[in-house]
Design a binder for this molecule. Structure first.
Ligand code: ARG
Ligand code: ASP
Length: 691
C-alpha cells in the first residue's frame, strides 16, 4: 500500500508546464504552477496566493452561500459577489411595494443594511493533504465497504480535531482524484451577512435569459454584502450589537482596465467537473441526457413565460424559479453541441483503445471494459431517475405536500406553517397545473411499464388522461389552500398522508427509494471504484500530461489571458464590451433589454461610450465560480466572474482553448453603478484603489 501511495503522490507532484489554460489548481499546490503563471505574466509568488503563515489572497476569498464565490474588498467586511448569487436574498426582501429586484437596493448607511436569514459566508482557514491519515488502517485486502468505513472513521477524527476550540469552525475531508487523495479543509463560517447594495435587475440581470451564457454580454451582474462579527471579530449569529468584520486580507481594486493578452486569474470555488470519464459517460450526456432534459425544460419554461408575461405579480413570483430552470437548460444546449463539435466521444474512444492496449498485464487491465459494462447496466436506471427528476419531482404542489407533512411528523407545526406561507407568496397554481399535465404526460409516454410506479399506472388508468388526473388532484388536495394548511394539527398526519398530492409524491418516492436508488448507488460505487483505478492508470499512461483534480466546490485557482474568440466561420468576438453595446440593445418593449431611464440619461450626457462593462478570458471556470474575484498580474481586483460563453460550456467535460471563455464583469462598471445609478459613492471610502 505504502509503495502505491508513494508512487501515486509522486505522480501528483510532477506537473509539466501547461500548453493551454485548462486547469483548476489547488491553491496549496500552486507552487507547482507558479512558474508557468509567472511565464504568462503573473508577478506574484506562491506565498502571496496561498499561505497558512501569513495573510494571503486566499483570506479574501469566500464560499458565498452554498454554491457561489465572493471576495472581500474592504477592511470592514464589505463583500462583492454576483447579482444572481444574491438574487434569492434580494427577492426575499422584495414585494410589489418595495421591489428591490426591479428597482435595486442601496443602503445609505450601516443601519439600512438588511440581514439575510440562512446566508453563510465561509473563509478557508487552511487546507492540508491528509491522504495518509485518512487511509490509516486500510490494507489492500479490504473490501470497498471496509475502506469506506476506515475513511469515515479517520475523517471524523480529523474533523473533530480541526474544529476544536475555534468559533464558527467547520471542516470537511474531501476526496480528490476519485479517492486517490484526500484533503482536509477547515473553514470559518460567518452567519450575519447583510445586503448593502444591488443594482436594478435591468442592470444586474440585463439581457436576462436571452443573453445568459452568451457573448457579447452586457450584464452588471453584482451585488454587495457586508459580513458582521461579534466584538472579538468572531462569527456570531445576527445581533444588533455585531460589528463589521475585519478580514485578514481584502482585495485592492485596479481601475487600470484590461486589454487582449493581459494575464488574469480567478480564485474561487468551482462546483463540479468530470474531465477524466470514459466515452460512455460523455456519449450519454451529449446524446441522451442533455437533449431529453432540454426538451422537458423547454415545455416548463414556455408555461412559466406565458403567465409571467400576463402579470407583474406572477413575473416577480416566478422570476427566480424560471431563471433556475432556464440556466441549466441553456448550458446543456451548449454542452452537448460542444462535445459533438470537439468529437470528444470519438477521441475518448480512440484514447481508450490505446489505453486498453497499454494496460494489458498491468493492474489497469480491463478497467475500461468494466466501466463500459457498468455504464450499460446503469443507463436505464439513470434515464428513469433523470426523467423522474425533471418531471414529477418538479411539481410544486407535491413538494409542498411532502414537506408540510414531514415537518408535522418532526413535530414542527410552526415550521410547516411558516414554510407554507413562504410557499404561497411565490405560487401561481395555473402554472403548476399546466406543468403537472406536461410532466405526467412526458413521464407516461417515455417510460416503459417496468419503470413506472404501480400507483401511477393505476391512476392513469382510472382517470384516463393527465388532464383529468390533474383536475381531480388540485380540486381535492388540501394543500392548494393556505388556510387549510394553517388549520392543520398533529392529529391530521394521517389525513395529510392520504391527500392525493402526498399519495402521488409518496408513490414516486417509494418507487425511487426501492427500485432505482439502491441499483444506482451500487452501480455508482462500482463505477467510482473503477475510476479510482482508471484515474491512476491515466496518470501513468500519460506521464507528460498535467492533471488537476476535478472540481468539487473546493477553492481553486484558474489562470489565463484576456482573449477574444471565433465561434464560427467569419466571426470574431472582441474580448471587451462597453456601455455603447447596452445602448444598442436597449429596447423599452423587450423586458430583458429595458434599461433604467437613469442610465439612458447618463449616457445622453455623453462621454460614456467607452465605459467598459464585461470582458472574457481563457480562465477555466465552472458553476460555483460565480462571484469569484478576477485578478490581474499583481493580484488586484479587475473583475467579478459570472458566466462562461455558451460555445465553451462543455469545459466541464472537455476544455477547448479555442472557444472556452469565462465572462467577467469589469470592476469599473460596478464602480460606475455604485456611484451613478445607486448614488452610494460613500462606499468608495472603505475600498482601496491602486491606481
Ligand atoms: N449562467 C450563469 C451561471 O450559471 C448565470 C446564471 C444566472 N442568470 C440567468 N439569467 N439565469 O450561473
Ligand atoms: N454562472 C455560473 C455560476 O453561477 C458560472 C459558470 O457556470 O461559468 O457559478
Amino acid at each position: 500500500m505504502k509503495k502505491i501511495l508513494v508512487a501515486v503522490l509522486f505522480l501528483f507532484t510532477i506537473v509539466p508546464f501547461a500548453k493551454a489554460d485548462e486547469g483548476m489548481w489547488l491553491p496549496l499546490l500552486i507552487g507547482q504552477r507558479i512558474g508557468d503563471m509567472q511565464a504568462k505574466g503573473c508577478r506574484l509568488t506562491a506565498e502571496d496566493i496561498y499561505s497558512v503563515n501569513q495573510a494571503s489572497l486566499k483570506d479574501a476569498v469566500v464560499l458565498f452561500g452554498g454554491g457561489c464565490t465572493g471576495e472581500l474588498v474592504s477592511n470592514e467586511g464589505l463583500l462583492f459577489t454576483n447579482h444572481h448569487c444574491g438574487y434569492s436574498y434580494i427577492q426575499k426582501h422584495s414585494s410589489v411595494e418595495h421591489d428591490y429586484l426591479k428597482d435595486g437596493f442601496w443602503a445609505m448607511n450601516r443601519s439600512q443594511e438588511l440581514p439575510n436569514k440562512g446566508l453563510t459566508v465561509s473563509f478557508l482557514d487552511r487546507m492540508e493533504d491528509v491522504t495518509e491519515q485518512v487511509l490509516k488502517g486500510y490494507n489492500a485486502s479490504m473490501t470497498e465497504k471496509q475502506r469506506d468505513s476506515v475513511i469515515r472513521v479517520n475523517s471524523k477524527e480529523l474533523i473533530k480535531k480541526a474544529v476544536e476550540g475555534g468559533k464558527g469552525l467547520k471542516a470537511n475531508v474531501e476526496a480528490l482524484y476519485y479517492g486517490n487523495q484526500f484533503f482536509l479543509f477547515v473553514f470559518r463560517v460567518f452567519t450575519d451577512v447583510r445586503l448593502v447594495g444591488a443594482p436594478p435587475s435591468s442592470i444586474g440581470k440585463f439581457g436576462g435569459d436571452t443573453d445568459n451564457w452568451m457573448w457579447p454580454r452586457h450584464t452588471g451582474d453584482f451585488s454587495i454584502f457586508r459580513i458582521y462579527a461579534d466584538k472579538d471579530n468572531n462569527p456570531a449569529s445576527y445581533s444588533e450589537d455585531n460589528v463589521p468584520y475585519t478580514p485578514k486580507k481584502f482585495f485592492k481594486i485596479s481601475r487600470a482596465g484590461v486589454k487582449e493578452g493581459d494575464f488574469t486569474f480567478v480564485y474561487g470555488c468551482p462546483g463540479s467537473t468530470k474531465e477524466y470519464v470514459v466515452s460512455d459517460d460523455v456519449e450519454y450526456v451529449a446524446l441522451v441526457s442533455d437533449p431529453e432534459k432540454i426538451a422537458l425544460r423547454t415545455a416548463r419554461l414556455d408555461i412559466m413565460k406565458k403567465y409571467m408575461a400576463q402579470s407583474q405579480k406572477v413575473r416577480i413570483q416566478y422570476s427566480s424559479k424560471a431563471a433556475n430552470v432556464s440556466n441549466a437548460w441553456k448550458k446543456w444546449q451548449g454542452e452537448s453541441k460542444g462535445i459533438l463539435k470537439m468529437k470528444t466521444i470519438e477521441k475518448k474512444k480512440e484514447y481508450e483503445k490505446r489505453f486498453k492496449e497499454w494496460a494489458k498485464g498491468t493492474e489497469y487491465d480491463k478497467v475500461v471494459e468494466q466501466l463500459e459494462a457498468l455504464y450499460k447496466a446503469k443507463k436505464p436506471y439513470n434515464y428513469a431517475y433523470e426523467y423522474y427528476s425533471e418531471t414529477i419531482r418538479t411539481i410544486e404542489l407535491l413538494q409542498l405536500a411532502y414537506r408540510v407533512k414531514s415537518l408535522f411528523q418532526l413535530k414542527d407545526p410552526k415550521g410547516a406553517k411558516a414554510l407554507a406561507e413562504t410557499f404561497f407568496k411565490d405560487y401561481y397554481q395555473p402554472i403548476d397545473m399546466e406543468c403537472f399535465v406536461a410532466s405526467v404526460k412526458a413521464f407516461d409516454s417515455k417510460m416503459t411499464d417496468e419503470f413506472k410506479p404501480e400507483f401511477f399506472k393505476e391512476k392513469m388508468k382510472e382517470f384516463g388522461s393527465a388532464e383529468e388526473y390533474c383536475n381531480y388532484l388540485y380540486n381535492n388536495s388540501l394543500f392548494t389552500d393556505l388556510n387549510k394548511i394553517l388549520s392543520l394539527t398533529e392529529d391530521d398526519i394521517q389525513k395529510m398522508a392520504e391527500d392525493p398530492a402526498n399519495q402521488l409524491y409518496d408513490a414516486f418516492n417509494n418507487w425511487y427509494q426501492k427500485s432505482l436508488r439502491p441499483v444506482l448507488l451500487s452501480i455508482n460505487s462500482e463505477i467510482n471504484l473503477c475510476y479510482r483505478k482508471y484515474m491512476r492508470g491515466q496518470m501513468e499512461f500519460e506521464k507528460e500530461r498535467q492533471f488537476y483534480p476535478d472540481a468539487n466546490l473546493t477553492l481553486r485557482v484558474a489562470y489565463g489571458n484576456v482573449k477574444g474568440y471565433s465561434p464560427a466561420d467569419a466571426i470574431y468576438y472582441d474580448p471587451v464590451s462597453t456601455l455603447k453595446g447596452i445602448m444598442e440593445k436597449d429596447n423599452p418593449d423587450i423586458f430583458d433589454y429595458n434599461i433604467p431611464q437613469k442610465l439612458r440619461d447618463i449616457y445622453a450626457e455623453g462621454g460614456h461610450e467607452k465605459q467598459p462593462v464585461c470582458f472574457i478570458a481563457t480562465n477555466h471556470t465552472t458553476g460555483g465560480n460565480s462571484g469569484s474575484p478576477v485578478l490581474n498580474a499583481e493580484g488586484n481586483l479587475i473583475g467579478i466572474n459570472f458566466d462562461r460563453v455558451w460555445e465553451g460550456t462543455m469545459s466541464d467535460i472537455v476544455y477547448d482553448p479555442e472557444v472556452c471563455r469565462n465572462i467577467s464583469l469589469d470592476i469599473r462598471y460596478l464602480l460606475f453603478n455604485i456611484e451613478q445609478i445607486g448614488g452610494a459613492g460613500y462606499l468608495f471610502n472603505e475600498m482601496v484603489f491602486v491606481d
